[in-house]
Design a protein. Structure first.
Length: 463
């Protein structure tokens, strides 16, 4: 059994680098509720010995809101000094504006901090901030603020938090020309099964570390799902909460399949379902995986708007939504057969989303055979440098690759990735497709626990 060693987030390195920039801009943290934004900022202040001035705009009174109506950053600091009774040194202070969606006009004023008070480190965050960013009526300070998307904890972060330092070394050092020890493979596969159902929400991870109880983790996860539903009643009065619940419940049912509005609920209008799904995506609770042709870059240059899949924020929350409330992690092997393919796609998609640059929008793509009457999909398409790399996900150790062969033949690509439960390997594929076309390419097979290392590993195989 692994032992607890505390939390550590890779984003802390990005934040520390931001603090050291000479031309630092105010930073906006984006991400779903409870992924760790507030904790991360507080830990950043501790790590660098900064005085933290924290303002929560959902809880702030009229005195605070009046202070931040000023466009003069020095006047804002003076108001905070008078309110708190303490002097504020811009060079040694971190100003944290939390739940800023409750007073979104402050976002527009961040430009004045960048221009007139650059010595002051300013971070803003909000759980439903993307609602404001999508519908704001004020002028955003483009080019004067930076963004950081925060995801749930990755498998690597989970492994480190659970005390698996030696196993983490095996993951972070593996290269295609090295083997993976059978003992390490077995242990990492076991740890990944734990991660799949615990997920990466910090509260659930912390509970798992403390007691190794799947039931207690499930209680945390269901409470989080309830919190998400409650949020919408505050910020999306146009959409009934019951309808939001129905769409949230439909995502697990259609996991790994094309999302169809008609399958959500009988009698619901497609327009209403589409708007509700869009709200879930803005809240970062769901991510569309858009069908793309894969003919060239960028991947969003040739997409099919109406054909998409949907993955959820977190695999643990997805398991809770599916009703996988387990006594032990070992029970997962038996229950996952109900929707193993969908859960596998969720796990890899969540990993690919976390691997995107911290400043980039969360966009995922897959390939679906566009010819009439044809059936075939490749689960994900990713960009590595100037290359397109298809990624096929298989829940077990085997599975047909017919669609992948077909895609590789049509696009004339040289390298593909398969994520499955087997030992990692690189092999040469030389087959004939079902249409009688000869195709040859290299196939990188990696187990699920290496999915977070995909970009690094591809760097060893692609020039």
């Amino acid at each position: 059994m692994l032992h607890c060693s505390g939390m550590n987030r890779a984003s802390m390195g990005i934040l520390s680098q931001w603090l050291g920039e000479t031309k630092r801009q105010p930073l906006v943290l984006r991400g779903a509720r409870q992924v760790g934004k507030t904790w991360l900022v507080r830990e950043l202040a501790k790590l660098h010995g900064l005085s933290l001035v924290e303002i929560n705009f959902e809880r702030a009174g009229s005195e605070v809101t009046g202070i931040f109506q000023s466009k003069d950053p020095r006047a804002v600091l003076r108001g905070l000094e008078l309110m708190t009774g303490h002097g504020i040194d811009p060079g040694s202070t971190l100003l944290f504006l939390d739940e800023i969606q409750a007073m979104p006009e402050v976002l527009a004023n961040l430009r004045w901090f960048a221009e007139e008070l650059p010595k002051l480190a300013v971070i803003a965050a909000g759980s439903l901030l993307d609602f404001v960013l999508a519908e704001h009526s004020f002028s955003m300070p483009v080019g004067r603020i930076a963004y950081l998307h925060l995801e749930p904890m990755t498998f690597e972060e989970f492994l480190e938090a659970a005390g698996g330092a030696q196993l983490l070394l095996e993951v972070s050092r593996w290269t295609p020309d090295a083997g993976m020890h059978q003992v390490a493979h077995a242990r990492l596969s076991e740890c990944y099964r734990d991660y799949l159902i615990v997920g990466g929400m910090p509260a659930a991870v912390q509970r798992w570390i403390e007691g190794r109880s799947m039931l207690e983790c499930a209680q945390i996860q269901h409470a989080l799902l309830g919190t998400f539903r409650d949020d919408f009643s505050k910020y999306s009065r146009r959409v009934p909460v019951a309808q939001i619940g129905r769409v949230m419940e439909a995502i697990p049912r259609m996991l790994g399949r094309i999302f169809k509005y008609a399958r959500v609920a009988d009698g619901e209008r497609s327009t209403a379902i589409r708007q509700t799904l869009e709200l879930l995506c803005r809240a970062k609770l769901a991510t569309r995986v858009q069908a793309a042709s894969g003919m060239g870059l960028p991947l969003d240059g040739d997409t099919r708007e109406r054909i998409f899949k949907v993955i959820f924020l977190d695999s643990g929350l997805m398991c809770a939504a599916l009703g996988l409330t387990l006594e032990r992690a070992s029970d997962l092997a038996r229950l996952v057969l109900v929707n193993e393919g969908g859960l596998a796609e969720q796990a890899v998609g969540q990993c690919l989303r976390a691997s995107l640059p911290h400043f980039a929008e969360r966009s995922l793509y897959f390939w679906s055979n566009e010819r009439h009457g044809a059936v075939g999909e490749v689960d994900y398409l990713i960009q590595h440098g100037t290359r397109i790399v298809p990624v096929e996900v298989k829940a077990g150790t085997t599975g047909s690759l017919k669609s992948l062969h077909h895609f590789m033949a049509r696009r004339d690509l040289q390298l593909a990735v398969r994520v499955n439960a087997d030992l990692p390997s690189v092999t040469e594929v030389d087959v004939r497709t079902t249409e009688g076309v000869d195709v040859r390419y290299h196939l990188l097979s990696i187990p699920f626990y290496l999915a977070g290392q995909m970009s690094r590993v591809l760097g060893h195989l692609l020039p």
